[in-house]
Design a protein around this ligand. Structure first.
Ligand code: ZN
Length: 540
């Protein structure tokens, strides 16, 4: 039995309507309980800020593409060696062996776990795992200590799904989605550039509308979106379809993003890294901000949710299943790149990238992300991400929180950036909003937990997992959020007095929807006919 009473802290627990109240939080055997005997051990949290552990619902931390990025960045490994932490060895705690590693924009597995926990994050989802490499992703998760994990499985350009859509086999498509999630131990359906990756393999770089045919005339971005969103909702998955829209990065793509939202109007859907999908302007001519249009649409459509994919100045590494985007980035920067065809399933591209504050495009991207945050009417439905490591490393979250909470800090940065493309940007008009601590607790904890359907995460009510972050109050929000004083994961004190002290193994979250087993016979036949991987060797 391990118990702890955290006393006197100022608690921000928006899921339970607690906004900055001084109260005790009681922990027993890894969970939060309503009360404890008076003689239970105490932790004095007076003058400190207490929140649930952070939850990242969109990052790239464990997948075959993440490993490609690691392989491509030896220079970063040399610049940022990470020593094994000095861990305390308690007799009864389930502690992993400390490991050294490397950091940079794409840290090694162990370093990823340590650094997330060091920031007060206790749950992280990888947003793009190709089904054929799911086993690899889970092996990487096994080596990522402390944090709870889970992954979204890439669908929407898989040949088997396209065949079912072409044949009008909607029930079989739904059974296939359920089978695939169970086989790969995935948590949610990820759609990347629906139909567009298949078209990219045929040398088509952009779609002209959601009704472009990807091979068979019945297989279009629209029918793929409808089929997968319908399946995810019919299967009652905890998280709705997680959509990376078509034409990412292309001027004018805000029209495509709005078309996609309208195509799924009335159905639950999550739109990811919206910053990269909110460009007004004209294809081949100019870029401008389309953040206002996206914010206005989402304000009147409660079935939509999103995350921002904020760009932060400095080093990043772009990696995505959307091979066409990486071709565009490579062609415009001349930087090293990888582009991989993942058999009949999806694509993959990687390009290391630097966002400079003197560059007009990076400045516009930075501004659009902040506009999306500052114009958002509902923090529960628009949550924090940098699409790590695409817009910037997760290590930049404290600075991003600072930008959202402190207008003068933001204004100083606005003075430094390249204003060339900022005409019409709401940020240039002087958006004055400052996020409160409670709103930060929503966009980094309570909101992601709700969008993920994780009832025991993101709050501090009785029965919740005892994932708790305790910060020293500090007007410098970058410093405050970069160095939590204490972090508990499942009741284990992983950060103590600002130092990483324990590294238990985290838990894996997966969805296990039911399906008609008859679908397996058909899939097996398909494997025998077309795939290089045996049915028996597939999955996690
Ligand atoms: Zn992503």
């Amino acid at each position: 039995m391990s118990s702890l009473r955290i006393t006197g802290g100022t608690v921000h627990d928006p899921a339970n309507n607690i906004d900055g109240e001084v109260r005790d939080i009681c922990v027993l055997n890894g969970r939060i309980v309503a009360s404890l005997p008076d003689d239970a051990p105490r932790l004095d949290a007076r003058d400190m800020v207490v929140m649930p552990g952070g939850i990242d619902l969109h990052a790239h931390v464990a997948s075959a593409s993440v490993n490609v990025a690691r392989r491509m960045l030896p220079e970063e490994h040399a610049m940022d060696p990470a020593r094994a932490p000095l861990l305390v060895r308690d007799r009864d705690a389930d502690i992993t062996i400390p490991r050294s590693g490397s950091g940079g924009t794409v840290p090694s597995t162990f370093t990823t776990g340590y650094r997330y926990a060091g920031l007060g994050y206790t749950t992280v989802f990888d947003a793009a795992v190709a089904p054929v490499s799911a086993r690899d992703a889970h092996a990487q998760f096994d080596d990522t200590p402390i944090i709870d994990t889970g992954c979204y499985i890439l669908m929407g350009n898989d040949a088997y799904l396209h065949r079912q859509i072409a044949g009008g086999e909607h029930e079989r498509a739904r059974d296939y989605v359920a089978w695939l999630l169970r086989t790969t131990k995935g948590y949610a359906v990820k759609i990347v550039n629906p139909g567009g990756i298949e078209l990219w393999k045929r040398n088509v770089r952009e779609i002209t509308s959601l009704d472009d045919a990807a091979g068979d005339p019945k297989v279009t971005p629209r029918t793929i979106l409808e089929t997968l969103a319908g399946a995810a909702n019919a299967l009652n998955l905890p998280h709705p379809v997680h959509i990376h829209c078509n034409n990412l990065g292309v001027a004018g793509n805000v029209g495509t993003t709005l078309d996609t939202m309208r195509a799924l109007s009335g159905r639950r859907a999550h739109f990811t890294h919206l910053q990269f999908q909110s460009y007004a302007g004209e294809r081949g001519k100019s870029y401008a901000s389309g953040a206002r249009q996206i914010s206005e649409y989402m304000a009147t459509h409660p079935e939509t949710s999103g995350d921002v994919g904020q760009v932060m100045f400095g080093q990043a590494c772009t990696l995505t299943a959307d091979g066409a985007v990486e071709y565009l980035l490579h062609a415009s920067t001349g930087r090293k790149w990888a582009n991989i065809d993942v058999e009949l399933e999806t694509g993959c591209g990687v390009v290391p990238y630097t966002y400079r504050d003197k560059a007009a495009m990076a400045s516009l991207q930075w501004a659009i992300g902040l506009e999306l945050f500052l114009l958002s009417g509902d923090p529960w439905r628009l949550v924090l991400s940098t699409d790590h490591p695409n817009g910037g490393s997760f290590m930049s979250y404290p600075e991003l929180i600072h930008l959202l909470m402190d207008r003068s800090f933001r204004d100083e940065q606005i003075k430094r950036i390249n204003p060339k493309m900022l005409a019409g940007s709401a940020l240039a008009d002087g958006l004055s909003r400052e996020y409160t601590l409670n709103e930060i607790a929503i966009i980094t904890r309570a909101g992601p937990a709700r969008l993920l359907g994780l009832s025991s995460k993101g709050h501090l009510g009785a029965g919740a997992d005892a994932d708790i972050t305790i910060y020293t109050r500090d007007a410098d929000r970058s410093r405050m959020f970069a160095t939590p004083r204490y972090v508990l994961k499942g009741g284990t004190m992983v950060v103590e007095e600002g130092q990483l002290r324990r590294a238990p193994q985290g838990r894996r979250h997966q969805a296990s929807p039911a399906y008609d087993p008859a679908v397996e016979r058909d899939i097996k036949q398909y494997f025998g006919r077309y795939l290089s991987v045996a049915f028996e060797n597939y999955g996690a």
